[in-house]
Design a protein around this ligand. Sequence first.
Ligand SMILES: Cc1cc2nc3c(=O)[nH]c(=O)nc-3n(C[C@H](O)[C@H](O)[C@H](O)COP(=O)(O)OP(=O)(O)OC[C@H]3O[C@@H](n4cnc5c(N)ncnc54)[C@H](O)[C@@H]3O)c2cc1C
Length: 399
Amino acid sequence: MTSRNKILICGAGIAGPACAWWLHRYGYEVVIAEKARALRDGGQNVDIKGAGQTVIARMGLGERIDALGTGERGQKFLDADGRVIAALPRGAFGCLTSDYEILRGDLASVMFEATRQDCDYRFGTAVTDLVDMADGIAATFADGHVETFAAVICAEGIGSTTRPLVLRNETGFRHLGATMAFFRIPAQPEDDGWAHTVNAAGGTYLTLRPGRAGETTVLMTFPSGNTDAAADGPAGRKASLRRALMGRGRVAERVAAQLDGVDDLYAGPMSQVRMSRWSKGRFVLLGDAAYCPTPFTGAGCALALVGAYVLAGEMARHADCAQAFAAYEASVRPYAGAIQRQLNPAVIRLFHPRSRAGIALTHGVERLIASRPVQALARLGDTARVRRVADDFALPTYP
Ligand SMILES: Cc1cc2nc3c(=O)[nH]c(=O)nc-3n(C[C@H](O)[C@H](O)[C@H](O)COP(=O)(O)OP(=O)(O)OC[C@H]3O[C@@H](n4cnc5c(N)ncnc54)[C@H](O)[C@@H]3O)c2cc1C
């Protein structure tokens, strides 16, 4: 027999635990299956503004998250050997560092801590089969045991393996023409509390940012036609990162020298997930698994939080899964689509100049943006009032 209220969430990233928090509040019993053996707490600073920030406030987690701010001082643009080209202090126009920042891993830990007492977390497992039935959905787990749930929420990120069990033909990707990777390396004295951005030869783009004590977080992207996240396996992925780092200057080679010690590599094609539908029967997608916008939008976490809040709210509002999932998709799809449309392969090419002339031009633009006249003009224009798409979502209110 299925408990009418027992929900399975696959994936303990950001969207899964956030949705679990709301579902528990609405009286659901929640099981969370995570493929990794422990919580994946990697990643760089994520910027949560607008509706995502409101979700956090409604969860009562605002103060905890404020307290975990990275204190990043701003962004420096460096040449490939580490010499400073230009600097944008926190708050300056064009600066990556925002006022409301938290490490993605700290956000994941906060969500986990807020739910671990009330939800049944199962690490090191994944679903291998799903069968939708009249009175529930039967999930087979990696160890062979079968359990029936009222609904399955798939929040497994871009590379979800449960998604194709139900929605293979409905799954599409929009590749933006680059490979991306996030990982952590040991900090060195040159890591001075600023974000360090480097455009190296061949289009390799690096941003090194302050992480937890003794750690520096790395975002690395580079042009590539590779569109298959799983193709190379972890060793192959490290080898391709190493190829994009070698001979690309001192900063890149420092990163390459640390690659062997990287233990939680998040890497793959920079692609957006474009689903023709987000649910089928008792199965529904959430977060990156449904509508990954890619980290270059800076909105993936906010979107995951908003989706989690709306999905749980609609499930509480409608007894029928199909109605709840349709209402969730109708509400969140336009917002997710608007965020995805902010990026296209041409924008990504601009971030990855390959030639010496292209890199010199990029350095020129960085100097110009950091110059006093441009900063003064930006202040006159009151850029703080320019609302980002990510801030533009009117959160519904649920009981
Ligand atoms: C280690 C890591 C580091 C990241 N770093 C950054 C970053 O620095 N900046 C940024 O903008 N975005 C980063 N992201 C992506 C970011 O978290 C998402 O874009 C966004 O928060 C949406 O979250 P999500 O919960 O939908 O997906 P994710 O955060 O990707 O979480 C998905 C979770 O599902 C798990 N999973 C995958 N397959 C299965 C399966 N078959 N069964 C069960 N569990 C499964 C994964 O292990 C992961 O824990 C990172 C993601 C990860 C996993």
